[in-house]
Design a binder for this molecule. Sequence first.
Ligand SMILES: *Cc1c(COP(=O)(O)O)cnc(C)c1O
Length: 386
Amino acid sequence: MSEKKAATIAVRAGINSDQHHGAVIPAIHLSSTYGLKGFNEKGAFDYSRTGNPTRATFAQAIADLEQGAVGVVTSTGMAAVHLLCQLLDTTDTIVIPHDCYGGSFRLFTHLAKRGLFKLVVVDQNDPQALTQALATQPKIVLIESPSNPLLRLVDIANVTAQAHAVGALVAVDNTFLSPVLQQPLRLGADIVFHSTTKYINGHSDMVGGVLVTKTQALGEQLAWWANCIGITGSAFDSYLALRGLKTLPLRMQQHQVNANAVAEFLANHPAVEQVYFPGLSDHPQHQLAKQQQYDFGAMMSFKLKGGEAAVKVLFEKLQLFTLAQSLGGVESLISHPATMTHAGMEVEAQLVAGITASLVRLSVGIEDVNDLIADLSQALAASQAI
Ligand SMILES: *Cc1c(COP(=O)(O)O)cnc(C)c1O
């Protein structure tokens, strides 16, 4: 059979695999422990921290979607980021982007302060700075594209080639797009990871993470550490994520129809100073987005005129965009990176990353898009009337 498409992989994951009852949908296995077949005769599973059938089905589905060898499911997205750090010795260097996810930035900077590894923070779109960073011969180069919250892209194939030339492994945070819209392993990366809390589960009712490796050996190493430090994902969360996953390709289609319309609306609105969305033809990396992504995603941010006072009114007046952290669920969310997702960053670091008080971020959901635009329209008007 030819290589299966994402929608088929997502829907068929685990279907019809039950040997005992013929259940079409894979069961959720909550048992913490598994009986041995006999003295010194282990079965496929023995203890749920180490391995669990529900988690294994979910891990395989994501590995298939990313076209990788091994999937390692973790308790949260941050647990997946933390797991990467287990590959580093105290003399090793990791290179991270200056505008990476706030939680990742906090983790790397604090662990590096304790001397667990060396850290280099760099703008990967600055060729000179990148060359300097790679001259440290890092063990890992972390890429996040598009970035949060300014939707800056990094040329994954290009940075990966340069990182490989100095012997580094490349790990890509693919949370903002999901494997349906971008497959970093196909662009050369060695590891791709997600907060499954976001698009992969898609219903904002669990937290989880996953890493997928290109090679079997690297996957086994990460799975060994995940069991060792005890950060594997729960059966119940794996079950929910597997259920959410079935509609991922379908959801992404609608997310994008809505996001494109919302971005166009914002770009033409007098209250909006600037929109950051790779799907707009004036986005500086619109061409790169077309080249390395299958579509533009549904995350965007914009600068509102009128500063923090206007932002406050906007948040108060919106009814269909909930003021909340997180992203990637069916429901539309709005957030204020400076005081929310990126509050863990020093103000100077925020400004270097381009995060100001008038910047707001949208996760465009799959509600009716005309309702979303009408809601934005009334709230934007109110924000300018103060
Ligand atoms: C949310 C997020 C994370 C962290 O995931 P959690 O599930 O919240 O621990 C990492 N990277 C990105 C890009 C995220 O959006």
